[in-house]
Write a protein that binds this ligand. Sequence first.
Ligand SMILES: Nc1ncnc2c1ncn2[C@@H]1O[C@H](COP(=O)(O)OP(=O)(O)O)[C@@H](O)[C@H]1O
Ligand SMILES: CCCC(=O)OP(=O)(O)O
Length: 358
Amino acid sequence: METRRILAINPGSTSTKIAVFQGDKSVFLKNIKHSNEELAQFGKISEQFEFRKNIIMKELIDAEIQIDLIEAVVGRGGLVKPIESGIYSVNERLKEDLRIGVLGEHASNLGGLIADNIAQALPKAKAYIADPVVVDEMIDVARVSGHPEFERVSIFHALNQKAIGRAYAQSVDKKYEDVNVIVAHLGGGISVGAHRKGRVIDVNNALDGEGPFSPERSGTLPAGALAKLCFSGNYTLEQVKKMIKGEGGLVAHIGTNDAYDVELKAKAGDEKAKLIQDAMSYQVGKAIGEMASVLKGEVDGILLTGGIAHNPDLVNYIKEMVSFIAPVVVYPGEDEMKALAMNGYMVLRGEIQPREYC
Ligand SMILES: Nc1ncnc2c1ncn2[C@@H]1O[C@H](COP(=O)(O)OP(=O)(O)O)[C@@H](O)[C@H]1O
Ligand SMILES: CCCC(=O)OP(=O)(O)O
């Protein structure tokens, strides 16, 4: 039996998730939700470091977890330079790029930094990140936007999309590298990726104004109207950036980043909540259709995952739109905590060498 313990840390836009694994079993699992009001007190993401770290430490202490037994701390990785899928040691260069947020600001920038900070205080633990949000496997043609000033970049829920892709492949007795799937991760951000034989060849930038709108992001906006708004003199750059990320999507329309709250309102007969929930579902369905053409119609399965995949009304709306393409399989929640821990065990067992970020 595996006796070594691994701590997995996953800061998301609407939550901080923590898990302690012993082998493939989680001996502790906690999902702490953060409302938009709670996070509004912080300017930059880096300012949330102490807040999120203190929450994690308090939860571990309250649960009487013997943290000195932990041998690896694996954090969800953030917006560093585009890199290959895999597990990376948290080295000085990685920490520097997580602090800067080379490709922007997102809570996952804190994953590696908090992992490192906690590991440093433990007798035998090392810190890693696995499949960060900047995993980049896009094909060249997908990188080209309609203007050379703007190159498309791969920023998405790489960790969970790949974990769910592998889980689906296993369920049909195939290897992830042998199937074509479309994965829609429906969380604080929404990403829809085309996985061709184990590589995500196209995906919307879930962070920065591409794809479906989400609980706290605008997704694609009409470019001309956006340019006009920017130069109206009524908004600062910071305000416009917040409209796109943090205060877009459900927050802008309904005033909450809690999709469950919107689901309850829609169920109770609130017509606006229903329209906005339907519009979010509609945009996801449309994005799945796009990715089906990226895969030239050769789609083994459409996989819906993330917290919002718990919502049956939203799932049914999407199913009605896309079931003609391929079977739809729903994986509510995410497999990120296990994916982080299993990557850690592969390193501890010497099955893989952690990559060096440079
Ligand atoms: N049981 C549920 N039913 C409907 N929505 C849910 C449920 N559980 C979580 N959600 C919604 O999922 C979203 C968060 O998804 P999650 O994948 O945890 O995101 P993140 O990691 O980005 O914080 C929130 O808007 C939350 O309200
Ligand atoms: C940065 C892309 C991944 C993402 O949007 O994650 P959350 O849904 O956790 O914010």
